[in-house]
Design a protein around this ligand. Structure first.
Ligand code: ACO
Length: 375
């Protein structure tokens, strides 16, 4: 091989063609299987979005009913998985690690991958909710066959049927984050299935990639800043002192979007509706003040860098409004993104091409072996 330059972080490298989603960072547009995110996310049920990703079109009423049923019958957890979660809870294993272990222990069906995809997507919220309850010293709640996917998640967490407004807010969130171009966890999943490995392994690997703080781990800290500010009058002082110390403001800036992250707008709209119908209105008003102040100060301290509100800021606010503790933010992200992972796995399988890039060797050459006693 001749000299080949390496690209740190594969930035700008096109790794695949996809029909699943398109991120346009310059215009601030995000398209999910043909639909602008703002068109799809606030309207679709999560089942419709998953169907869209898997079949490249929306289902009709009969197909949707069949699909809801297909997920419902797979939603319950095998006893072995519940036992695994119980042991993990006793040991205090972090939620994303327990999720990765539980997913990894799901049996591989491997007919055409579609069966695995249905089982995995159906069971993700059940695993997350059961584990949360076990960590809190409570028994898992069985899924309710009469409820949809998102509603079941809230039901299995709290043991009560959720309000319609809460379900709508969660579905909007899950639709918004279901896929996002060639993000790190999706790429990890595609690499794994490209070797001919199974979808369970791919999703377990993707969970591992998602839990990293540079990927799925940011919404908790974004909300912490709002709590730290505490009252609107202190926003300027707290944020300015962070910027003076050279700290980053969590929930702002993005590697790809150099205009406002369109997902932030969709989630801001959902948060407005959710907090408008009750909940902690004070924290909502405060978050808006923190956002306004942060945008003004970022322009002052980092002029021309175009640092705008990102998806994590409103994710934190929305999930908090739904009553989820910060420890559930990343696992909840995973319950949505898993649908994107499985869709990418199917797409990658169709390509049937091993992902196997190269590296540039920059080490020494021609060294001579030195016996152990002479080193
Ligand atoms: N607060 C203050 N300054 C910032 C911020 C921020 N949130 N983000 C970037 N900057 C500054 C950088 O320090 C840099 O300044 P400099 O040119 O004076 O050195 C400049 O803006 C450009 O930043 P980059 O490092 O080039 O931005 P990059 O594209 O690498 O980073 C990132 C993007 C990691 C999201 C960054 O904006 C950040 O750390 N934000 C806060 C954490 C966060 O919200 N993460 C979630 C992002 S959403 C997601 O990934 C799913």
């Amino acid at each position: 091989m001749g000299e080949t330059a390496s690209v740190a972080g594969l930035e700008g490298v096109v790794a695949a063609e996809t029909r699943l989603s398109e991120v346009n960072g310059r215009s601030g547009e995000f398209t999910i299987a043909g639909f602008p995110v703002e068109e799809l996310a606030p309207r679709a049920t999560f089942e419709e979005t998953v169907y869209l990703l898997w079949h490249a079109r929306l289902p009709d009423a009969e197909e949707l009913a069949g699909f809801r049923e297909a997920l419902a019958v797979r939603r319950g957890l095998p006893e072995g998985i519940v036992r695994l979660l119980r042991s993990a809870a006793v040991a205090g294993v972090p939620a994303m690690d327990a999720l990765r272990a539980a997913v990894g222990a799901l049996g591989v069906e491997e007919t055409d991958g579609a069966e695995d995809a249905r089982s995995i997507v159906a069971r993700f919220p059940t695993i997350v909710a059961a584990y949360r309850r076990l960590l809190d010293g409570e028994e898992p709640v069985d899924p309710d066959p009469g409820l949809g996917h998102a509603a079941n998640y809230l039901y299995m967490l709290w043991g009560e049927r959720p309000q319609e407004g809460a379900v709508r807010a969660l579905e909007t969130y899950m639709n918004t984050v279901v896929d996002h171009g060639m993000n790190a966890s999706t790429f990890a999943a595609r690499v794994i299935v490209s070797t001919g490995s199974d979808m369970v392994s791919a999703v377990a690997g993707a969970v591992g990639a998602l839990k990293g703080p540079l990927h799925g781990g940011a919404p908790g800290p974004a909300l912490e800043v709002v709590f730290e500010v505490g009252s609107a009058g202190r926003a300027e002082e707290v944020l300015r002192s962070k910027l003076e110390r050279g700290e980053r403001l969590m929930g702002f800036g993005h590697r790809i979007y150099k205009v406002r992250d369109p997902r932030a707008d969709v989630l801001a709209g959902a948060a407005e509706v959710l907090y408008g119908s009750g909940g902690d209105r004070g924290i909502y008003e405060l978050a808006l003040e923190v956002e306004r102040t942060a945008l003004r100060l970022l322009e002052e301290y980092k002029p021309g860098r175009n640092l705008k509100t990102n998806v994590e800021f409103y994710t934190a606010l929305l999930l908090h409004g739904l009553g989820l503790p910060a420890g559930l933010f990343t696992p909840t992200f995973a319950t949505a993104r898993v649908a994107g992972w499985t869709a990418h796995c199917m797409e990658q399988r169709k390509l049937g091409r091993l992902i196997r890039p190269q590296s540039v060797y920059v080490g020494e050459r021609g060294k001579k072996w030195v016996p152990l006693e002479k080193r």
